[in-house]
Write a protein that binds this ligand. Structure first.
Ligand code: AMP
Length: 305
């Protein structure tokens, strides 16, 4: 792709330096950000264009990771005198919870996304985790997307709830983890929380439960999936964003939202997310091939009842 073609999927979200500490080790300033994980993984399944912003401090080598994965960068803005978004997080011993030590929005604070003309016609949009007001600006520019996926996090539920509540009714699917589901809906039961999300407008609620898998609820649809059994977890950062890539990439490639497509999407999402957890940052994910994904899918299907 060269920026004049319409991608199958437009991915927007953060592009970041991540400083991460897990029980497996500590790494400063890795390449990270919700859109980085999603776009890199999604490009394995569908033609993917990235929308986001980086500062002048973002290394060319990191951009080469996107290029190597086949991600189109026509929607990437570079602010020469700005600093890249920085996130710093520490994981608990079981890696199911993490503490954010700092979030420095930097160039994202003034980001005003303008989509390349060709991107506006894209059939699929993944609104990765970033301020809901920015997600809305991207959604406003899309002509008639057939499938829109929205991710968010506790920070936005806490600080910009009104903005978030304006975007949620406009998308087809909300992807959200178990803690965020309880925070957003006030329900202890995740199933009842997911029902509340459907009542907000989306056709589907996809609830991620870390090592316990995920479930997808629609008005007339329900499917649950376990996680890939991973005994040695290095760093779960980006697992959720990679999961999103499996969903939107599969739907884009199939061109429909049939039950079979949605179930395949859950399998691809689970397998892709498992690669992300195997190493710090994007280290493992960036080298995953279609053959690696197919092999993991076969092994995963073999353990499903
Ligand atoms: P996940 O582990 O899938 O929830 O995503 C982790 C990624 O989200 C990291 O690479 C962070 O850079 C990014 N991130 C963390 N906090 C924020 C935030 N407030 N806005 C956007 N991206 C964030």
């Amino acid at each position: 792709m060269n920026g004049t073609e319409t991608p199958d999927v437009v991915v927007v979200g953060s592009i970041a330096f991540d400083s991460i500490e897990t029980p497996a080790g500590k790494r400063p300033k890795l390449m990270g950000g919700s859109a980085s994980y999603t776009a890199t993984a999604c490009a394995l399944l569908a033609r993917t264009g990235l929308v986001g912003v980086v500062g002048g401090d973002f290394p060319e080598a990191y951009l080469d990771v996107f290029r190597g994965a086949g991600v189109d960068l026509a929607g990437l803005e570079r602010v020469a005198d700005g600093k890249t978004f920085h996130w710093d997080g520490t994981y608990d011993a079981d890696m199911n919870n993490r503490t954010t030590n700092c979030t420095e929005l930097n160039v994202f604070a003034d980001f005003d996304p303008v989509l390349p003309e060709a991107y506006r016609k894209s059939p699929c949009l993944c609104l990765g985790n970033i301020a809901p007001a920015l997600q809305a600006k991207v959604l406003d520019q899309m002509e008639a997307p057939r499938f829109t996926l929205l991710d968010t996090m506790n920070l936005w539920i806490d600080q910009t709830r009104d903005d978030l509540m304006k975007v949620i009714p406009r998308v087809d699917m909300l992807i959200i983890n178990e803690h965020e589901t309880r925070e957003l809906t006030g329900k202890d039961s995740l199933l009842r929380g997911a029902r509340d999300i459907l009542a907000m407008g989306p056709r589907y609620a996809l609830v991620k439960k870390g090592e316990h898998g995920a479930f997808l609820m629609g008005r007339d649809f329900y499917a649950a999936i376990p996680a890939w059994p991973l005994e040695r977890l290095a760093d779960p950062t980006g697992a959720g964003d990679t999961f999103s890539a499996g969903i939107v990439g599969t739907v884009a490639a199939a061109g429909n939202l049939d039950a079979a497509t949605l179930k395949q999407a859950l399998v691809n999402a689970t397998c892709l997310a498992s690669f992300t957890c195997e190493a710090f940052g994007i280290e493992r994910l960036k080298d995953v091939t279609k053959a690696d994904l197919a092999a993991r899918e076969a092994a995963f299907r073999a353990i499903l009842p």
